[in-house]
Design a protein around this ligand. Structure first.
Ligand SMILES: C[S@@+](CC[C@H](N)C(=O)[O-])C[C@H]1O[C@@H](n2cnc3c(N)ncnc32)[C@H](O)[C@@H]1O
Length: 314
């Protein structure tokens, strides 16, 4: 049995065609992501596309609108209380498609119309390579994330039962990736292939960035120093500092960078949760004498509390 993919905008009008023969979702090509901003249901389709698009570590780029409604409100209260009279400059790191950044910025802007907001991610875009009808999507490290060879779309989606349902698909994928996609990447390195960069930030974030001189999108790795300023008043890292993805040493490096890019008295907001509006286990810390002091706790607090508090004890 074979499973074909969704790779043309015309395939998006019929929802019943989104499913494979076993009732499972077809793979949507990420290439469609910037071809849908103003079609009907574009938000829903954009999320559908992102839900399937993972990097080589299995990290998905999809976030949810209204993910931290209550927590955001509480953060806003603490910002008003602790930073009144100060210029508000926020860096939100590891934002994926930046949906949750837009939510936070729009709330913040209501009370602080001149606040500067920077939303960043380590891999905010991908590179699309075209050769004939074959399209290969890679990251900066030249790793293959997706291949479209009509009517197939193969990505890094890790649905185990697919291997059992469509073994032939996996066999063809292996042949295509090893003998065709890799060759296309090689030709790209030699400058022989046309390419396009695709931003994975959501349309709302891109629109905000175009409409407001206060909202900025950028590429940044939390293991590096801040690319913008050492004068942030608020640093936010939600669902990023996952101990499954970073070693304790890396987490310590990231936290050191956060601390040095904040002003004295600035706030570090961090936590994790699941779906939209689920309970956030997070903490807001205030920087005092190059250490972090907790000023607000939600749920069980930040899972990194020990590492964060250890900063001041060095
Ligand atoms: C689960 S998402 C969280 C998105 C958003 N902050 C939220 O809570 O909805 C985690 C994001 O962290 C990003 N990320 C992973 N490692 C990173 C790093 N070293 N530096 C910056 N971002 C990173 C991933 O690209 C991914 O987009």
């Amino acid at each position: 049995m074979l499973k074909f993919g969704i790779y043309k905008p015309s395939q998006l009008s019929d929802k019943s065609a989104f499913y494979g023969i076993f009732g499972d979702k077809k793979h949507f090509s990420i290439v469609l992501y910037d071809q849908i901003p103003y079609i009907e249901n574009s938000e829903e389709i954009a999320q559908e596309i992102l839900m399937q698009f993972s990097d080589t570590r299995g990290i998905y780029k999809r976030t949810y609108r209204k993910r931290f409604e209550e927590f955001d409100q509480n953060c806003l209260g603490i910002i008003q209380e602790k930073l009144s009279g100060k210029k508000i400059i926020v860096h939100d790191v590891g934002v994926s498609d930046a949906r949750t950044s837009c939510d936070f910025y729009e709330k913040l802007q209501f009370f602080f119309p001149n606040c500067e907001f920077y939303a960043s991610d380590c891999n905010p875009d991908v590179i699309i390579l075209y050769k004939g009808t074959t399209i290969v999507v890679i990251n900066e490290a030249l790793e293959i994330l997706e291949t479209t060879m009509p009517p197939f779309v193969w990505n890094r989606n890790r649905i185990r039962k697919e291997k059992l349902l469509y073994p032939l698909n996996f066999f063809i994928q292996w042949i295509v990736e090893n003998f065709i996609s890799k060759k296309i990447v090689y030709e790209y390195q030699k400058g022989k292939i046309s390419m396009k960069r695709l931003s994975l930030f959501c349309q709302r974030a891109k629109d905000l960035c175009n409409q407001s001189s206060h909202f900025h999108l950028l590429k940044h790795n939390v293991l590096d120093k801040s690319p913008v300023s050492d004068e942030f008043s608020v640093l936010r890292a939600m669902n990023v500092l996952n101990p499954a993805l970073f070693s304790v040493q890396e987490l310590t490096i990231a936290i050191d960078h956060f601390c040095s890019s904040l002003i004295e008295g600035g706030l570090f907001i961090t936590g994790c949760n699941q779906d939209a509006n689920s309970l956030v286990h997070g903490t807001i810390y205030q920087k005092k004498d190059f250490a972090f002091v907790p000023v607000y706790v939600s749920g069980k607090g930040s899972p990194l509390n020990e590492i964060i508090l250890a900063k001041g004890q060095k």
